[in-house]
Design a protein around this ligand. Structure first.
Ligand SMILES: Nc1nc2c(ncn2[C@@H]2O[C@H](COP(=O)(O)OP(=O)(O)OP(=O)(O)O)[C@@H](O)[C@H]2O)c(=O)[nH]1
Ligand SMILES: [Mg+2]
Ligand SMILES: [Zn+2]
Length: 358
């Protein structure tokens, strides 16, 4: 483990997002032997931790990789560092967790970020804009108890920016929407209101929408590489390749991530239920028990569709997300139960080998 003392102004634990929620998890013994550190970057076999007054490169030993994905540290997590042993003592309970189904490991979860307060869901006012995709991100945020804010970038490149705002508003009437030019710092005052000291904000969205550009403009500095301006709208190339956390002047912690191609929601039942609470309420009002709310004449949802109070695209996406959520919740539960059985079996084998030795 290597420690580098920060020469710049040293952030306090509070500046890094520490609060009573984490403090009260420490035992008396841990208070003596450990120091808290926040995960600022995750490498293949180690973590970059920010401690009060020091940065630390901490290796992740093999035992961590035997744990289920959810129990391994991810970016934004708080861990306790055993100072004498110079190793990670344990992971602290999270205030929030953003996760999705893994693209590379089917059936497995992938953690996006931990202890996030606000999600900036970044989308641009051009052909990238997609309401059904935005609903996926909002489901994720609602499920994790994270405040979602929609940031519409590239307002300077279209005459129709208000129409993008209006369309976004159909997702939920109480949605916070910010229309910006990510390159123009003056247009970001609405976003600055969210950038409170110690507040963690995860910027998520497709590649090329301007996440890193926003971070640079909010930080007032070039902290992240952005796509070459001449290459503004090319698809399929990711400029940001690793997740990283940035403490910006003014106090917030901004989390940059590579653009996501696919966002398959995981076991996010409460997220789906709250994003589509109006449709759920209509389903409960439907006079038919056992109604699939598809084509039955007199069905409450069908009536709402016909009188225009429910939008067809939105209803279709609700159905799709609900099916996906039910399927993935089962997959995740099955995997958990397999893991538990496996751990039990390993324990039994170890115990019986000890018995034979005794
Ligand atoms: N005119 C204009 N250009 C923008 C705006 N936002 C981003 N850009 C440009 O769009 C390109 C992509 O921006 P990035 O910040 O690299 O996008 P990103 O979301 O970080 O992309 P990945 O790192 O690949 O996920 C850059 O050339 C930016 O200068 C905007 O609001 N207006
Ligand atoms: Mg980027
Ligand atoms: Zn019905």
């Amino acid at each position: 483990m290597t420690t580098t003392d920060s020469t710049a102004a040293t952030p306090s634990l509070g500046d890094l997002g520490w609060s009573g929620f984490f403090q009260q998890q420490l035992t008396l013994e841990e208070l003596e032997i450990c120091r808290p550190g926040r995960v600022f970057a995750v490498q293949r076999t180690g973590l970059t931790l920010q401690l009060e007054g020091a940065e630390l490169a901490a290796p992740l030993g093999g035992r961590w990789f035997q744990l289920p994905v959810e129990e391994r540290p991810t970016i934004g997590d708080w861990v306790l560092v055993d100072i004498a042993k110079q190793s990670i003592h344990r992971l602290l309970e999270r205030k929030s967790l953003l996760k999705r189904m893994s693209v590379s490991r089917p059936g497995d979860l992938q953690l996006i970020a931990a202890n996030v307060d606000t999600m900036f869901l970044v989308s641009s006012c051009n052909e990238e804009f997609n309401l059904s995709r935005m609903e996926r991100y909002l489901t994720l945020a609602l499920d994790a108890g994270v405040q979602g804010v929609v940031v519409l970038t590239k307002a300077d490149l279209t005459d129709e920016s208000e129409s993008f705002v209006e369309q976004t508003r159909t997702l939920r009437s109480d949605l916070v929407i910010e229309l910006v030019n990510a390159l123009d710092s003056d247009s970001l005052d609405g976003l600055r209101a969210w950038c409170q000291p110690g507040h963690t904000i995860s910027l998520l969205g497709s590649s090329g929408v301007g996440k890193s550009t926003l971070i640079n403009s909010l930080a007032g500095d070039l902290v992240q590489l952005t796509r070459d301006i001449r290459d503004n709208d090319s698809k399929g190339r990711h400029t940001t390749t690793h997740r990283s956390l940035h403490l910006i002047p003014g106090g917030a912690l901004l989390l940059d991530s590579p653009g996501m191609r696919e966002l398959a929601i995981a076991d996010a039942e409460s997220g789906v239920l709250s994003l589509f609470d109006d449709i759920e309420a209509l389903a409960r009002e439907c006079k038919f028990t056992d109604c699939a709310h598809e084509s039955e004449p007199g069905c409450r949802i069908r009536i709402a569709l016909e009188d225009g109070s429910v939008d067809e695209r939105r209803l279709e996406n609700y159905r799709k997300l609900k099916r996906e959520e039910i399927h993935n919740t089962e997959t995740v539960a099955q995997r958990h139960s397999r893991n538990r059985q496996f751990s039990k079996r390993v324990k039994q084998v170890i115990e019986s080998s000890h018995k034979h030795r005794d």
